[in-house]
Design a protein around this ligand. Sequence first.
Ligand code: ADP
Length: 462
Amino acid sequence: MIDLYPQKQTDSLYGSKHSKQMKRKITLLIGACIFTVIALATIQGYFIYNTYKLYEKEINTSIKKQIARLEDTEEWEKINDTWSIHSKKYAKEYAKGKITKSSFTKYLTIKKDSLSGAMKTYMKKMGQPEDYDIDYSVYLNSITVIKGGKKNTLFDGKILILANDTLKKNKILSSMGRWETKDSNDELILVIKSNRYYSFDELQQIIISKMAGLLLFSVALMAFVVFLYYMSLKNLISQKRIADIKTDFVNNITHEFQTPLATMDIAIKTLQRKDKQMSPEHYSNTLAMIARQNERLQKLFRQVTEASVAPIANKDSIQVTSEEIKNMIDDFKLFKPDITIEFTSQKEAFTISMDRFHLNTILINLLDNAVKYGATRIVTDLKITAGNFILSVEDNGKGIPVQEQSSIFDKFYRVDKGNIHNNKGLGLGLFYIKQLVQTYGGTISVKSEEHTGSLFTITIPI
Ligand code: ADP
């Protein structure tokens, strides 16, 4: 047997190996891009977090200064003394057994409201424009009595003594206090411990508003980097796709031209063999074979040249009768007797502005494809709707996968790629049909389901 396609196989193998390498490179590149974006985002996040913490520290320092200013007046001392004197008084009475424990704890907070009110007024009065709107609170933590060297804890816990407002969520410890007082006759030593807190809920909002510019810039920068990567990768993938399609085209064209050339070579050699007498039948069969292969070569050549030159529309009005279309289909049927081709037409005659030859090319190319891709039954329909001439060709062939449907009109695009060739072709048929349809201001669309069939619809304004 003669090996008709040695070159094609090497090309295909080279093509698929090269394509796999490219694929691996692209996958690696995508991985590297994702990694860089994550690394950049992490670094940015780290810097943003640090800036946040810095602002937080700065605001807290200012608040502490604000509190120090508040606590450094006689008026404040007075408010503060009120509760400590008051607490000491009841602590002594309790220590001496003059009041019960429950009344002692009750008496500790008896002045809470009036002190809180005083504190509120005081803070308002002391407020300065640059001050933060803070809440301030004092808690009593413990009262211990030392009598004759013996320690006795009268109170241990956390009791609110005063606060300028209803307390906000985030309480921060501002300072801890410890007072020691002796009884007049040195009989008792009282140790009072208290904690002061401030809270400032708007901290987060203030920091975020301070950082708004930085945050926006970071997000915009990240978005720009992602967009740049996306565009570059998209470009690369489309370059790869074009390269693959070109490799496929070279493989296909080599394959397509090699078959008729090899067949003609054999036929010519047969005719050149003068030693053996040829029967007239053998002679005419060989000539017919050469003619057929020659015609095939011409058809291929026509396809390539047609696709490389944009068709020119001839918008002269023509009358197309349904009879005429039927004849075109019947001519086609002569070569495909096993295929059922139905033809329906809305009208007997249509007037459209189109070259008759172009209409014929579109129809025959679509029928040719339907047969090539496995149809046994084809339905062709003509109609006029909303000022458009609509030609549809529906077949029950192998159909086109959804993900391929948008690409089949591209130049050189074939669904069977690489060295999987169940059907011959250059991927130029639908591209040329689309070009033709577009020169008449029309559109072509496909609806298809794999293993069920395809429907091609051509719409041309009349
Ligand atoms: P070619 O037939 O030379 O490959 P075309 O441009 O005519 O090129 O078609 C592009 C691709 O669309 C084909 O490779 C084929 O997979 C798919 N295709 C076209 N028509 C049909 C059809 N009627 N049924 C199934 N697939 C089709």
